[in-house]
Design a binder for this molecule. Sequence first.
Ligand SMILES: Cc1ncc(COP(=O)(O)O)c(C=O)c1O
Length: 389
Amino acid sequence: MSLFAFGDDDLARLAERHGTPAFVYSAAVARAGLQRLRAALPERVRLAYAVKANPHPDLLRLFADLGASFDCASEGELRRVAGLAPGRVFFAGPGKRTAELALALEQGVRVQAEGWEDLERLDALARAPVAVNLRVHPAAGVAESNRIIGGVGPSAFGVDEEALPDVLPRAAALTHVRVRGLHVFAASNERDAAKLLATHRMVLDLGRRLTEQHGLDLEQIDLGGGLGVPYAPGEAPLDVDALGRGLGDLLREHAWFRGELILEPGRFLAAPCGVYLARVVRTKESRGTRFAILEGGVNHLLRPLLTGQAFPVRAVGRAVGRAVGRDGPTAATTLAGPLCTSLDRLGTVDLPDLRPGDLLAFGTAGAYGFTEGMTHFLSHPVPPEVWVA
Ligand SMILES: Cc1ncc(COP(=O)(O)O)c(C=O)c1O
C-alpha cells in the first residue's frame, strides 16, 4: 500500500502547474478508501466522516454523494456541510456555544451532548422533543501511543462514566431533550483492529448496563473515530475486514441493541488522499548535521511537532530532471521549515543529496495537514489545496 496518493510524474506536474508549497488531494484515492471501508462494515454501522480531518469542499461533496454522514465540531463545520447530507450530521465538541447549539437544532443535526450543560441549554432552546446522544468519558480505554484523545485520566470530553448515575436521572426529567444515544471516543490513530474492537466491546457493555439500570432506549451508539493509518513504510494498515467482522459479531452478541452503530473516522478517510509538496530553498551542514531548509514547515504540517511522528517523505525525481530519490546514495537529512524557530522541523529522514529547487513530497497528508496547520504564522503565503478529480 503506497503512502503517496500520486506518482512522481503527476506530483512534478502538479507542482509546476500550481506552484509550491501546496497540498494536492486525489479524489480517486479518497473514493476508493471510503468504498473499501463501507464494504467491510455491517449495514447497521453508519459512517460519519469527521470533518475536522479535512474540510475541503470537494472532499465533503464526494463523501456526501457516496452516502456518508458527517461529524462536525464547530459552527464553521456545520456550515460547510449544510445542505450536503440532510439528516446525516452530528455535532460533537467540548465547548459548544449556545448559538452553535441553536444552529444545530435549526439544521436538524444530532447533538452529542458533552455534559449536563449541553443537555440543559438544548432543553431550553428546543420547542419540540429532541433526541440527543450523550458523550461518555469511559473509565477504561485503548492506551494511546501519542496522547491525542487523552486516555482515561481527567478529560474535557463527555461525562465521566462514574457521574452517569447523577446525570442520567436529571436528563430523564428534562422537558424536550431525550438521551437516545451514547458516544464514546477513546482511541486515536489505532491500526490494530483487535484494540479498536476491545474498546467497542466495552462501549456496548456500557450501553447494556445503562439500559438495564437507567431504562435508556438507545437508538444509536457512536464509537467515535480513531481508525489509524500507516505513516511509515512497513507499518501494517488497519485490517478493515477484521474490524467489520468484529463489529458484526458484537452486534450479534448484543442482541438487546436494535439501533445503529456509528463510526466517525477522520484520519482513515482523508489522510491517504493527500500529499504536501514543498521545494528545498537551501541546504547546509551544521556541526555534522545535514539540513534541507524547505519553503514550508510546521506552519503547514504541524503534526510532527505535536506527536513527534514525521510524515513519510520522498524526493520527486522528475521535478529536477535527474534521478533524485531513485538509486543515488542517501544520508540522514534534517528537514527544517522557513520559520524562525528550532521547533520548525519535519523530521530527519534518509534522502539523496538535495539541491535548492528540489521537490519533496510528504505522503498521507490529507488529514490534519492543511486544517491543522498554522497557515498565518509569519505571514507566509497560504498554500493552495488542489483537488484532483
Ligand atoms: C468526536 C470526534 N470524532 C471523530 C474524530 C476523528 O478522529 P480520527 O481522525 O482519529 O478518526 C475526532 C478527532 O478528534 C473527534 O474529536
